[in-house]
Design a protein around this ligand. Structure first.
Ligand code: SF4
Length: 289
C-alpha cells in the first residue's frame, strides 16, 4: 500500500472526513485567469483616471483676491471674512506696538548687515551670527527683503508681472553653495506656541526658492527669535519640497478662487483679529465674538 493510500485508510478508520479538492477543468481555469486579468486591468485604468496628487492645476480662474502671500493665506484659513474686510473692503487696521517694533527690528537687522558698525543692542543675542551674515553679504552671497513673485505654475516673476499669483518676501536668503541655500527669518515675537505657523511660513519661502533656483537641492530655514536668543532650524531636500508642493498649491488656490468669505467667529480668532472688538481690533466686524 502506498503512503497516500495508507493515510486514506487511517482516516477512514478514525471516522474523520477527508475532503477531496475539486479539480477545475483546464478550460474553466483559463476563463478564471482571463477574468482576473481583466479585473486588474480595469482597476489600473480607474487609478489612472484619478487625479495625480503630484500634479498642480495652473489653468484656474482667480477670484476677488487673485494674489496670495503667506500672511493672507493664514488669515484666510483662520477667517475668510477677515480677508474680505482687508482685501476687498480695504478696511484700515490699527497700528500695533508689537507690529511696529517687529518692523523696526527687521529694518535694524537689514541695515546692520548692509552697513555694519556697532551692532544694536536689540540684535546682541545673535552677535556672532550677524557677524557671520555680514561676511556672507560682503562676499555677495546674501539677498535681503527681495520681492519674489510667482505665477500660477510657480515660475518666478516680479511683483509687477501681469500674471503674478503669489508674493514672498524673505528677510534673508544666503546662497551657501551651488546646491544649497539658507533662508533666515527674523522674529521679534516668541517661538513657543508659534512653531507650526512658523514652520509653515518657512515651507512657503522654501517653495519660492525651489522654483527660483532649480539647481538647489538642500534648503535650510532658520528662525532667529531676536528677543529671546532662540532659533528654530528646519531643512528640506528638493524631493521633500516636491511632495509638499501640491498641498500648498491647493491651499493657495482655495484662497485665490474664493467666492464666499464667510466669517468664522470664535474667541481665539476674534480676540486677536484686526477687525474684532479686542485690544488690537477696530470693531468693524459685525460677527465678532
Ligand atoms: S472679528 Fe472674528 S469673525 Fe470677524 S473677521 Fe475677525 S476673526 Fe472673523
Amino acid at each position: 500500500m502506498s503512503f497516500k493510500d495508507a493515510l486514506k485508510s487511517r482516516a477512514a478508520e478514525s471516522g474523520h472526513v477527508t475532503i477531496q479538492m475539486e479539480q477545475k477543468p483546464a478550460a474553466e481555469k483559463a476563463e478564471t485567469k482571463t477574468a482576473f486579468t481583466g479585473a486588474l486591468q480595469a482597476r489600473k485604468v480607474d487609478t489612472a483616471k484619478k487625479e495625480d496628487p503630484t500634479q498642480i492645476s495652473t489653468t484656474f480662474e482667480t477670484g476677488a483676491v487673485p494674489v496670495w502671500s503667506f500672511s493672507t493665506l493664514k488669515d484666510y484659513e483662520a477667517c475668510p471674512y477677515r480677508v474680505y474686510l482687508a482685501k476687498i473692503e480695504k478696511k484700515p487696521q490699527k497700528d500695533s506696538d508689537a507690529a511696529s517694533r517687529g518692523t523696526a527690528m527687521h529694518d535694524m537687522a537689514e541695515n546692520w548687515v548692509r552697513v555694519g558698525g556697532e551692532l544694536p543692542a536689540e540684535l546682541s543675542k545673535f552677535t556672532a551670527k550677524f557677524e557671520w551674515l555680514r561676511e556672507q553679504f560682503i562676499d555677495g552671497k546674501v539677498q535681503m527683503e527681495e520681492n519674489w513673485g510667482i505665477r500660477k505654475d510657480w515660475s518666478p516673476c516680479e511683483w509687477n508681472d501681469p500674471e503674478l499669483w503669489g508674493r514672498g518676501k524673505l528677510d534673508v536668503f544666503v546662497r551657501e553653495s551651488e546646491t544649497s541655500a539658507l533662508i533666515i527669518d527674523h522674529k521679534s515675537g516668541r517661538k513657543y506656541g508659534n512653531e507650526l505657523k512658523h514652520s509653515d511660513q518657512g515651507i512657503s519661502y522654501a517653495l519660492h526658492a525651489f522654483h527660483r533656483y532649480p539647481e538647489l537641492e538642500h534648503f535650510s530655514i532658520n528662525f532667529w527669535y531676536l528677543d529671546k536668543g532662540e532659533e528654530m532650524p528646519r531643512s528640506f531636500t528638493r524631493r521633500q519640497l516636491g511632495v509638499l508642493l501640491p498641498r500648498y498649491h491647493k491651499r493657495a488656490m482655495e484662497l485665490t478662487t474664493a467666492q464666499n468669505f464667510l466669517p468664522k467667529p470664535n474667541a481665539s480668532n476674534c480676540n486677536w483679529c484686526a477687525y474684532g472688538n479686542g485690544k488690537f481690533g477696530t470693531g468693524d466686524c459685525p460677527y465678532a465674538s
